[in-house]
Write a protein that binds this ligand. Structure first.
Ligand code: PLP
Length: 301
C-alpha cells in the first residue's frame, strides 16, 4: 500500500489529503522537490540519489517563499529514508517532498499562515525517452526571476511548464525549450539543457531564470572526471540549431539526448559521443556501480 509522511505521521497515501480551501491549492504557494531512488537489481538495494542536496535546495525554496517546513534537513532526510524502508520497494522510485501554506485562508499573502510538510514516494521508470527526443523552442517564455523565481521550486511556477510542455506535446514534440524574455536559452520544460560545441559542454548560467539543477551539477562533475570541459554562458537560440550535441538533464528526465530540434537534426541526428559517455556514467553512478560516486548515494536498508 502506498504510504505518505504527512503532519508528522505515516499514513496511507490516500488519507494524506487537504481541504479544498487550502491556501496552496488556491494560490500555488507551495515548494516541492523531485528525488529519485534507484534499485540495483544485482544487490537488491535501493539508493537515493543526492538526498541531502535536494533537501538543501528545498530549504532554499522554502526560504524564498517564507515557508517553514517545521523539520530540519536531517529530519526530512530521516523521514524520507523511513518512508522507503516501510514500503520495501524493489524498483526505481520517485520521491516527492512538499511544503505548503496550509490554512484555509482567503488572502493572498505569505505571512501568518500555517505551513505543512509531507513526502510520498511512487514507482517511476523513464519520464522521457532516453534514446533521442525531438524538441521545439517554445513560444512561451521562461518565468523571470523578478516575477516568480525559477531557482525556487514553487508549485505555482509549474503552470509555466505545463503550458509549454502541453503545446509541445500537442504539436508532436517530446518537450519544449524555454527562452528568457531577453531571448536567451534558459532550459527545458522541467530539465536543464546542455549543448556540445567543439568538444566542450556549454550550459546556461544560473542567472538565466533556470532551476539550479542537481543533475546539472552532477553532469559538470562527471564531465570533469571524463576529461570533458564544461562552461556556463549565455546561449543564443540559433546556437541550438548548429550545436554538435544537445541533451536535457534532470532528476525526472535523467540524461535525455535531443536528436532533433525544430525539425532540424542535431549533429548527424544520432546520439552524440559525449552525450553517450555522460549518460552511461550517470546511469552507473546512480545505481551505485561506481565507487567514487558513493558519497552521492543514501542506501535504504
Ligand atoms: C524547471 C526545471 N529545471 C530543471 C530541473 C532539473 O533539476 P534537477 O536536476 O535538480 O532535478 C527540474 C526538475 O527536475 C525542473 O523542474
Amino acid at each position: 500500500m502506498p504510504l505518505a509522511y504527512f503532519n508528522r505521521q505515516y499514513l496511507p497515501l490516500e488519507q494524506a489529503t487537504v481541504s479544498i480551501a487550502t491556501h496552496a491549492l488556491n494560490y500555488g504557494t507551495g515548494c516541492f522537490e523531485g528525488i529519485r531512488a534507484y534499485h540495483n537489481q544485482e544487490q537488491d538495494q535501493l539508493y537515493i540519489f543526492k538526498l541531502r542536496e535536494h533537501y538543501e535546495r528545498f530549504s532554499q525554496s522554502c526560504r524564498i517563499m517564507r515557508i517553514d517546513p517545521g523539520h530540519s534537513i536531517e529530519e526530512m532526510m530521516a523521514r524520507t529514508v523511513e518512508l522507503l524502508q516501510q514500503q520495501d520497494f524493489h524498483e526505481d522510485v520517485y520521491i516527492r517532498p512538499l511544503a505548503f501554506k496550509a490554512d484555509p485562508v482567503i488572502k493572498v499573502t505569505l505571512d501568518g499562515i500555517r505551513d505543512a510538510f509531507g513526502v510520498f514516494a511512487v514507482p517511476l521508470g523513464n519520464y522521457l525517452p532516453t534514446s533521442g527526443i525531438h524538441v521545439c523552442v517554445s513560444a512561451w517564455r521562461r518565468l523571470e526571476d523578478n516575477a516568480i523565481p525559477s531557482r525556487a521550486k514553487v508549485t505555482g511556477s509549474y503552470v509555466n511548464t505545463a503550458l509549454a510542455a502541453t503545446d509541445a506535446h500537442l504539436a508532436g514534440f517530446d518537450d519544449a525549450i524555454f527562452l528568457t524574455e531577453a531571448g536567451h536559452v534558459a532550459e527545458g520544460s522541467a530539465a536543464n539543457l546542455f549543448m556540445v560545441r567543439d568538444g566542450v559542454l556549454v550550459t546556461p548560467e544560473i542567472s538565466e531564470n533556470i532551476l539550479e539543477g542537481i543533475t546539472r551539477q552532477t553532469v559538470v562533475d562527471v564531465a570533469e572526471d571524463l576529461g570533458i570541459g564544461a562552461i556556463s554562458r549565455t546561449i543564443d537560440r540559433s546556437e541550438l540549431y548548429i550545436a554538435d550535441e544537445l541533451f536535457l538533464v534532470g532528476t525526472g528526465v535523467q540524461i535525455s539526448p535531443i536528436t532533433r530540434i525544430d525539425h532540424r537534426a542535431v549533429g548527424d541526428g544520432k546520439v552524440g559521443d559525449i552525450t553517450l559517455k555522460i549518460q552511461t556514467r550517470y546511469n552507473q553512478a546512480v545505481r551505485g556501480l561506481i565507487k567514487e560516486y558513493h558519497p552521492w548515494l543514501t542506501l535504504v536498508d
